[in-house]
Design a protein around this ligand. Structure first.
Ligand code: CA
Ligand code: CA
Ligand code: CA
Length: 276
């Protein structure tokens, strides 16, 4: 009987440990926004991305944090990343971004998307910041839903200059997604080559989108403000974990599994008097 009680206690302890460790994994670091109130958690990728401008699977982007883009139109973006395993920093980062512009249902030559990123060059280095594009600032314009409309820039301290630093891939389609049944622009972005990313240091991001058919609504941007002013961008917070929502989805099945194991032990005790 002593042995059976220990076994039951062991199962209860294990289930408590499992739940507690999942809860702890959900607690994320301090959020410090570059522009007050603007931060997005950049979690590790759980679900692979096929860059085709659609939700290739129903969970392709379920593991990424989402923000509503400022402006009167309905548009969101999600971010997640892969940090390559290396023996010494800096670790190369592959950044993924999903943009869904629910209110843009039209294919216009003047539609555009704009992505700005500020990336540290080495571990422990602060971003330069300020009111003009700096050496650590990068910008991509994607005009008219075509590869020929893609332009890359980096800052020189005063303005944007043409650049090939960092490699970007963009695919977009006018279609439906798990987020909306109405056909709208869905954009998938992969940015490679930021081997200057310093693990643990902050990064900034700004996402903007424009629908030519909704010109009166102007540019939709997160954060609202100028692309040329890095101090107005939001924080892209590097989180060395998977998104907590995913962890919480896992808690229920794991608790159920642990409870089931306890029931089995108890049933065997009832039947045989001793555990088998
Ligand atoms: Ca996809
Ligand atoms: Ca909006
Ligand atoms: Ca449009």
């Amino acid at each position: 009987m002593t042995i059976s009680l220990s076994k039951t206690k062991f199962m209860v302890t294990i289930s408590i440990i499992m739940v507690c460790s999942l809860c702890l994994a959900s607690i994320t670091g301090t959020v410090i926004a570059q522009k007050s109130g603007y931060a997005v958690e950049n979690y590790h990728l759980l679900n692979d991305v096929t860059l085709d401008g659609t939700w290739t699977t129903p969970i392709e982007w379920a593991d990424a944090e989402e923000r509503q883009i400022d402006g009167d139109l309905n548009a969101i973006f999600r971010v997640k990343k892969i940090v390559e395993a290396v023996t010494a920093p800096p670790a190369p980062v592959t950044q993924y971004i999903l943009i869904e512009f629910f209110d843009d249902t039209t294919n216009d030559a003047g539609d555009y998307l704009q992505i700005c990123l500020a990336a540290t060059f080495s571990v422990g280095t602060d971003l330069i910041g300020g009111t003009s594009p700096q050496d650590d600032c990068f910008k991509w314009d994607y005009v008219g839903h075509t590869e020929t409309g893609l332009s890359s820039y980096s800052g020189d301290g005063a303005a944007w200059i043409a650049s090939t630093y960092g490699s970007i891939q963009i695919k977009d389609t006018l279609g439906t997604s798990p987020l909306s049944d109405t056909p709208h622009w869905i954009v998938e972005v992969r940015i490679l080559g930021f081997d200057g990313y310093g693990q643990g240091s902050p990064r900034w991001i700004r996402i903007a989108a424009y629908d030519e058919s909704n010109a009166g609504a102007g540019v939709q941007a997160w954060p609202a403000g100028s692309a040329d002013v890095p101090d107005d961008w939001g924080q892209l917070e590097m989180i060395p974990e998977f998104i907590p929502e995913f962890a919480s989805w896992m808690i229920l099945p794991m608790v159920a599994m642990a409870s089931f194991a306890i029931i089995i032990v108890r049933k065997r005790l009832t039947k045989n008097g001793t555990p088998t």
